[in-house]
Design a protein around this ligand. Structure first.
Ligand SMILES: Cc1cc2nc3c(=O)[nH]c(=O)nc-3n(C[C@H](O)[C@H](O)[C@H](O)COP(=O)(O)OP(=O)(O)OC[C@H]3O[C@@H](n4cnc5c(N)ncnc54)[C@H](O)[C@@H]3O)c2cc1C
Length: 381
């Protein structure tokens, strides 16, 4: 709950709908949908006992449609690119509406390889990304170090993705909640145990991993362990770009914040626990220091694990829930929920308001996982 904010204790089936829209889950996705719907004049109630406590609590916040473009994920790459393009306008509007910064930085991303093998692996992906027409440019080692002198001399080569930016997810959720509340959204501190408890014309399930139990959709937890370091004296880190790549076969990313924090991530594990293991900390720190040696002098302030809402095809699940009139899914954002927040919020809000699905949503409809022919309907209510 926002301190001092209005609260809403909800009600179960008390006659005419208590709200136009109920949003289940106040991570970045749910909070942004709540904000957008409230801006459209809808009566919005957000249900979440612990807003911002899901995957976004540990997420790095990379807005990386280029560096995250992987073989065989064309449709997802298109969605990431479309959402990243909305980020500058979204960030400016949110900063104004919430009256607070949330660490949106636009210095770009360097993707590097420590060894010759690391570089060879990275180059395959860069070539693929260039074939797609994505903005990524290979750099000589001297060009890399001109951009970031903090990089280890051993780094063999790299590339720059100038359009891959970053934001601080914890501050983002706080800003979104503030903006949603200022636009008139109300908050219910109760967890939703079943969709039948919700009293609204439209229910949007934006509960991250919690969506599986509520909807039966194939959303599974994918564990990620992450470290947070801090530069001595809370000075700004000695590098400005997001740095990511491979160090002796170990994938790693380093995300510098202006307040001195550096996020080091992340493992990708098919597990549902949130324990932090010594082995993961060791591997992440070794890879981080291999790429940027000065990190060995930083304070280690946090080691945490979170659960990404993964799906069978790594893409989000967006749109009407089959067999449940009035229920929309906005979940399964897996590794990309922060970059996908603006577009998800806009498309789901448009669907709520008009009842018509944007064509962009078609590949991500929930019914792609259900048996039988896909529905061709463009409207849902
Ligand atoms: C280690 C790690 C690094 C990541 N890095 C990035 C990155 O760099 N860039 C990027 O774009 N993405 C990243 N992600 C992914 C991103 O964090 C997620 O995709 C994103 O947080 C999904 O947002 P969400 O709002 O759907 O879900 P969540 O952030 O998981 O939030 C779900 C919310 O729903 C609530 N909830 C759950 N069940 C219920 C219920 N029954 N009733 C009411 N409320 C409920 C929870 O309390 C929570 O507040 C990362 C994730 C991890 C774990």
């Amino acid at each position: 709950m926002l301190r001092g904010g209005p609260s809403y204790t909800g009600g179960v089936n008390r006659g005419p709908f208590l709200a136009d829209v109920a949003v289940v889950g106040a991570g970045p996705v749910g909070a942004a949908i709540a904000w957008r719907c409230a801006q459209r004049g809808l009566r919005v109630v957000v249900h979440d006992p612990a807003p911002g406590s899901g995957a976004s609590r540990v997420a790095a916040g990379m807005l990386a449609p280029v560096a995250e473009a992987y073989f065989g994920e064309h449709e997802l790459t298109g969605l990431l690119t479309a959402s990243a393009a909305r980020w500058p306008g979204f960030a400016a509007e949110l900063a104004e509406a919430a009256g607070m910064p949330f660490g949106h930085r636009t210095e770009g991303t360097l993707v590097v390889g420590l060894t010759a093998d690391d570089l060879a692996e990275a180059r395959r992906l860069w070539s693929y990304q260039q074939e797609l027409g994505l903005p990524i440019t290979m750099l000589r080692p001297s060009q890399l170090r001109d951009r970031e002198p903090a990089l280890a001399p051993r780094v063999r080569g790299g590339a720059v993705a100038p359009g891959d930016h970053q934001v601080d997810p914890r501050r983002l959720v706080t800003a979104l909640r503030t903006a949603a509340e200022r636009a008139g959204a109300r908050w219910s501190p109760a967890a939703v145990g079943a969709l039948g408890e919700v009293d609204a014309r439209v229910t949007v399930v934006a509960a991250g991993c919690g969506a599986a139990a509520l909807t039966g959709l194939p959303v599974r937890p994918v564990k990620g362990q992450v470290l947070r370091l801090r530069a001595p004296g809370r000075a700004a880190p000695g590098f400005r770009h997001v740095i990511r790549g491979y160090a002796d076969g170990e994938p790693v990313y380093l995300v510098p914040r202006t307040d001195g924090e550096v996020v080091v991530g992340a493992t990708v594990e098919e597990r549902a626990d949130t324990e932090v293991t010594a082995g993961a900390v060791l591997r992440l720190l070794r890879a981080a220091v291999d790429l940027v040696p000065e990190l060995a002098e930083y304070d280690l302030v946090e080691a945490a694990a979170g659960l990404r809402p993964g799906t069978p095809d790594n893409a989000p699940i967006l749109g009407p829930l089959p067999g449940r009139p009035g229920v929309l899914a906005a979940t399964g954002h897996h590794r990309h929920g922060i970059v996908l927040t603006p577009l998800t919020a806009d498309l789901i809000t448009q669907l709520v308001v008009t009842g018509v699905a944007d064509p962009l949503l078609a590949p991500f409809a929930p019914d792609r996982f259900t048996a039988g022919p896909r529905t061709q309907e463009k409207t849902w209510n």
